[in-house]
Design a protein around this ligand. Structure first.
Ligand SMILES: NC(=O)c1ccc[n+]([C@@H]2O[C@H](COP(=O)([O-])OP(=O)(O)OC[C@H]3O[C@@H](n4cnc5c(N)ncnc54)[C@H](O)[C@@H]3O)[C@@H](O)[C@H]2O)c1
Length: 414
């Protein structure tokens, strides 16, 4: 069963999946292992992650492990119809259409849950949210799940604190092998890939304002500087602000940065990071992009309501003329720019993140009976295994502690 745009697009999807497969050695090794051991035999998994080639390969790896899988995309603009078609052609249940309406998006989430999952793999919390709101009848059958991103974990922790979370959820994002690499180097590279390919403008010589100095923003700022931009960081956290300053960037409020920036990239996870009062102070032609999970960081509602004129400036770029006559350009409707208007993170990065996902799903399978209905950390062992396998794929060896060193590092007597 599937609901996609067009099954005839499958050939192009298969090519994209084969390309990433060649560049995802950890997932390839897990696939080989899963074909032998069938760790998910008979287990029902519902998955909602950006429906593009890397995610599709994760789906195929889980199915190779025996899972009965239903998949949807976590963002209608990141769904690639050819990739969804390839999965459907492979016999996987997939419900995802690029640019679907909010109603169709919700319907696809529901269809993905009709499957009555034992394990949920979520990105941003929409599947888990739907179980807790519209389909609480399913909660008893869910052993637990895994959450991919920072914003999803914030939502889950709020549910845990209110005592409403109905099953354990592994915080995949918080694994070292995830956020240190995916959020920083993955977002850092893919955000600039997207901005450059969509604007066809140079980054060198520009002033780039980066909102936030968390894991994603650090990567975005680092790569902007490497491309030759002057970088300004805005923050609300004094320690992160200090870190940005020590890393060599100017730090100031968004109000002060607004008239200085040529390009603005926000990755705070917080609504209203760039508001109308800031946009009214910007330079003519300023370019705005959001790299956070939801399209709430740039106040798009205010822009839509209060602009004098709106027109497409280029594919994926909308130009809004404000009440003061200034025009600002927003990429990808203020949705996460690297995925909605490009191909997302590099394959080698998602290799790490999805290895954490696959191994965390196995952890849920093995431990769900003893876990509380809380947000659970990824075990250190999983991080260790994945990092060692990644190093091995690069042919890198590292040192091992001698028994004397182990004793020295674990004792308090000199
Ligand atoms: N685009 C992608 O591919 C991608 C990848 C991973 C995560 N994400 C998403 O990006 C967002 C950020 O994730 P992260 O892991 O960097 O989170 P993080 O918690 O490490 O960093 C967020 C930072 O933003 C700061 N902040 C919060 N509100 C602010 C405001 N109003 N103004 C300025 N700074 C503010 C916080 O102090 C914090 O330092 C989340 O929504 C996450 O889900 C996107």
């Amino acid at each position: 069963m599937y609901e996609i745009k067009d099954i005839m697009l499958a050939d192009s999807g298969h090519k994209k999946i084969e390309w990433v497969r060649r560049n995802m050695p950890l997932l390839r090794a897990l696939e080989d292992e899963f074909i032998e051991t069938k760790p998910f035999e008979g287990i029902k998994i519902s998955l909602s992650i950006h429906m593009e080639a890397k995610t599709a390969y994760l789906c195929k790896v889980l199915v190779a492990g025996g899972a009965k899988l239903a998949a949807t995309g976590s963002n209608v603009l990141s769904t690639q119809d050819d990739v969804a078609a390839a999965l459907a052609e492979d016999g996987i249940e997939v419900f995802a259409v690029h640019g679907a309406s909010p109603e169709l998006y919700d319907k696809h989430i529901e269809m993905c849950l009709e499957h009555r999952p034992n394990i949920i793999i979520d990105d941003g919390g929409d599947l888990v949210g739907m179980v807790h709101t519209k389909r609480p009848d399913l909660a008893g059958e869910v052993w637990g799940g895994c959450e991919e991103t920072t914003t999803g974990i914030i939502r889950l922790k709020a549910m845990e604190n209110e005592g409403v979370l109905k099953f354990p959820m592994v915080a995949v994002n918080d694994a070292d092998c995830k956020h240190l690499f995916d959020n920083r180097y993955g977002t850092g590279q893919s955000v600039w890939d997207s901005i450059m390919r969509n604007t066809n403008l140079i980054v060198a010589s520009k002033t780039v304002v980066v909102a936030g100095y968390g894991w994603c923003s650090r990567g975005i700022a680092m790569r902007a500087a490497a491309l030759g931009a002057k970088v300004i960081v805005t923050e609300i956290n004094p320690v992160k602000a200090m870190e940005a300053r020590m890393d060599g960037y100017d730090v100031m409020t968004m109000e002060k940065a607004a008239p200085l920036g040529d390009m603005f990239v926000t990755a705070t996870g917080c609504m209203g990071t760039i508001r109308m009062e800031h946009m009214l102070k910007m330079k003519e032609g300023a370019i705005l992009a959001n790299a956070g999970h939801f399209n709430v960081e740039i106040d798009m509602d205010a822009l839509e309501k209060e602009c004098r004129e709106k027109k497409e400036a280029r594919a994926n770029i909308m130009a809004y003329t404000l009440s003061n006559g200034i025009t600002v350009n927003v990429i990808a409707e203020g949705r996460l720019v690297n995925i909605a208007a490009a191909d997302g993170h590099p394959a080698e990065i998602m290799d790490l993140s999805f290895a954490v996902q696959a191994m965390s799903a196995m952890y849920i399978r093995d431990h769900h009976k003893e876990l509380e209905n809380k947000v659970i950390d990824v075990s250190e062992e999983i991080d260790d295994v994945i990092a060692r396998r990644k190093l091995a794929s690069w042919d890198i060896e590292i040192d091992t502690l001698t028994p004397e060193q182990e004793k020295y590092l674990s004792s308090w007597e000199v």
